[in-house]
Design a protein around this ligand. Sequence first.
Ligand SMILES: NC(=O)c1ccc[n+]([C@@H]2O[C@H](COP(=O)([O-])OP(=O)(O)OC[C@H]3O[C@@H](n4cnc5c(N)ncnc54)[C@H](OP(=O)(O)O)[C@@H]3O)[C@@H](O)[C@H]2O)c1
Length: 326
Amino acid sequence: MSSSPRMKILITGAGGMLGTDLTESLKAEFEVIGLERRPVTHLTVPYDICDLTQARKTRDTVLSHRPEAIIHTAAMTDVDYCEEHHEEALENNVAATEHVVDAANEIDAPVIFYSTDYVFDGNKKGDYREEDVPHPLSFYGKTKRMGEEYILRAAKRALIFRITWLFGIWGRCFPKAILRQAAAATKMNVVDDQIGRPTWSWDVAQAMRELLLNKKELFFAQSATREIFHLGNSGTVHWADYARFILKGAGLGAVKIKDIPSAHLKRPAPRPENSVLSLEKTAKVLGLKLRPWEEATLEFLPKLKTELAVLEAKAKAQAAEKENTA
Ligand SMILES: NC(=O)c1ccc[n+]([C@@H]2O[C@H](COP(=O)([O-])OP(=O)(O)OC[C@H]3O[C@@H](n4cnc5c(N)ncnc54)[C@H](OP(=O)(O)O)[C@@H]3O)[C@@H](O)[C@H]2O)c1
């Protein structure tokens, strides 16, 4: 009896926060190929170097692999940097997405694209639904919306997942920033006027595994109509209470949080006050439902502490080596 070959999936931004968790979640049951802009040391799947802002190179690379599906996570995700570097943000978030979609169209591969709650202005009372009219406040949000618009207009087959307040081991995220600050402070200021759903990249990756492995027919059917879905861990919180939860969970409850308004931070990019995405459609149509953010965060924190300890040990060893060779 011959077993059917494993589905081949190409993941862009494979070394990023979500990309790495996707490679780890999918590699056992799928043939996973990563794409990255530069060499990364932590990836455990084969990957090619490809800067997606280069149309020709992107097309050649995608066509050389001929994947059955493409998961496009690559993006310029530093919201404040995008606010001050419009050209780069357009290149990496819009042009790169166009190149990936154009190449996918040539081989009839559906694309999974990740967008964000930042496509909304946050003024709505209540959860944002997929059909609500986007109105991004930040340039990052604008470029992600432009990526969505290209997909809705030009992709042969695609799904857009708007995800929100992502945290994970392999990138910059709020829990990491809080624990790093807590190592050197007894009190800190955190904003309390933005509300959202903290979401673990690992849980998003597990949802993708479920979709591609156990709901493959549904995935192909839905991608034919280029649907938008909202995905996130359930429950809501504001940043200051989220920080308190992280500190308590990490055994650092003695560090005090002072609630402040966002205006005090004077960051380049404005953020929406309400980032809460409705999870109803995704649960109803795709049967995908993520656990509460508290449960995900409590499972994540010990992994994060181990990772931070490893990084700290590495940095100390490097510093000692430098001193010895000086
Ligand atoms: N993080 C969040 O809170 C959040 C929230 C909502 C939605 N999202 C969306 O979710 C997706 C994944 O986010 P993430 O936080 O996992 O991102 P991330 O950690 O910043 O990783 C993005 C990866 O894409 C790569 N990349 C960027 N531009 C590229 C290009 N032109 N060619 C090739 N590779 C490129 C980056 O490489 P370099 O490091 O070399 O630049 C990086 O490895 C993104 O589409 C993002 O917009 C994120």
